[in-house]
Design a protein around this ligand. Structure first.
Ligand SMILES: Cc1cc2nc3c(=O)[nH]c(=O)nc-3n(C[C@H](O)[C@H](O)[C@H](O)COP(=O)(O)OP(=O)(O)OC[C@H]3O[C@@H](n4cnc5c(N)ncnc54)[C@H](O)[C@@H]3O)c2cc1C
Length: 305
């Protein structure tokens, strides 16, 4: 959930000149390496192995979104199938996180649905699961519907719910009985006031309300996806009373000491680990969440000139 400055960052980074400033310069790529394992699957597998050794589970995100033709969508599916095969071959404690607009949602819903089913089948063979990231609100209804259809058949899926959306309480109530793993996050996109809470306090309250519902549902596996100390303190209080499984989820490159502290305290923690060449939109959201991240980039650019 972006602050006013964060919203400006999101708007500015949509401009093609800004995009090329990041993607074609060394400081831009260096900033990306803080949040992204690397451009190849092999890079992600190396980092995942290290994270597993340090006590973390992993969710591998092969970066990409809003693909515009069938070929790209099929390639994205195949890349994820290869990723699942590597997870199985390496015996990693890892699952995958996918964006449905990377699999064709937006221009071919049937293709996205059938690719999702293929990923769920391969994930089951690899003994793991598939989490569906939640994207812009124009895709929320279709994302929930595709999740429900696939989860009913395969039973090894999960989906993200964004606390900033006004609709999320109803969505959560609707999907809870399906028993998947449900990732609760604040929400990372620019959304208008008729769709989403705009203030930090409102979003935080919504997060806590939804978390209470989620943590009280033994049939789901809640994934608490936040780096916010107050939300985490509340979650730890709820976790003390929960007997069924749950986990914390944090982003690779964000609040490393906190990640290690949670593992040291024996909480289950999964690190969301992106890889691939299409890192720019992901990086813009990480900059919007914390515009101070731009300081690193600007210092590097100024230092070069
Ligand atoms: C595992 C995981 C999966 C996610 N999946 C989705 C998804 O599917 N859909 C979606 O819309 N959003 C997703 N998000 C992003 C989420 O919606 C928020 O935008 C993001 O987590 C920032 O919110 P916060 O709860 O950490 O709280 P904030 O209040 O934004 O941050 C709390 C503190 O964490 C630190 N911090 C937060 N973000 C950063 C950053 N980028 N760089 C450095 N420090 C930072 C800062 O110290 C900040 O003060 C996901 C987040 C996580 C952790």
């Amino acid at each position: 959930m972006a602050s006013a400055l964060g919203k400006l960052v999101l708007l500015a980074t949509e401009r093609s000149a800004v995009r090329s400033l990041f993607t074609s310069t060394r400081p831009g790529r260096a900033l990306a390496t803080r949040f992204v394992a690397g451009e190849e699957l092999a890079d992600a597998i190396d980092v995942a192995r290290r994270l597993n050794a340090d006590g973390f589970s992993v969710s591998l995100d092969h970066l990409g979104e809003h693909v515009t033709d069938r070929g790209q969508a099929v390639t994205a599916r195949d890349d994820y199938l290869a990723c699942l095969d590597r997870i199985a071959a390496e015996g990693l404690d890892a699952n995958i996180s996918v964006k449905l607009t990377q699999l064709g949602l937006g221009f071919d819903t049937d293709l996205a649905a059938s690719s999702l089913r293929e990923l769920a089948t391969r994930a089951a063979a690899a003994g793991t699961t598939v989490t569906i990231d939640m994207e812009e609100s124009e895709h929320t209804s279709a994302t929930i519907e595709l999740y429900e259809a696939a989860q009913r058949v395969h039973g090894n899926l999960g989906v993200a719910i964004q606390a900033y959306l006004l609709r999320s309480a109803a969505d959560l109530e609707r999907i809870i009985a399906l028993g998947g793993h449900i990732r609760l996050c604040k929400g990372a996109y620019l959304e208008p006031a008729d769709v989403a809470f705009q203030g930090r306090v409102e979003v935080a309250s919504s997060f806590d309300r939804l978390l209470e519902v989620l943590m009280a549902a033994p049939e789901t596996k809640p994934a608490i996806a936040t780096h916010d100390d107050d939300r985490l303190a509340f979650a730890r209080r709820l976790a003390a009373d929960r007997e069924a499984p749950y986990e914390f989820q944090l982003l690779y490159g964000v609040r490393g000491p906190l990640q290690r502290e949670l593992v040291a305290a024996r909480y289950p923690v999964r690190i969301y680990l992106p890889y691939g060449v299409a890192w720019y939109p992901y990086l813009t959201r990480r900059m919007a969440e914390r515009p101070a991240n731009l300081g690193f980039f600007l210092r590097a650019v100024i230092g070069r000139s």
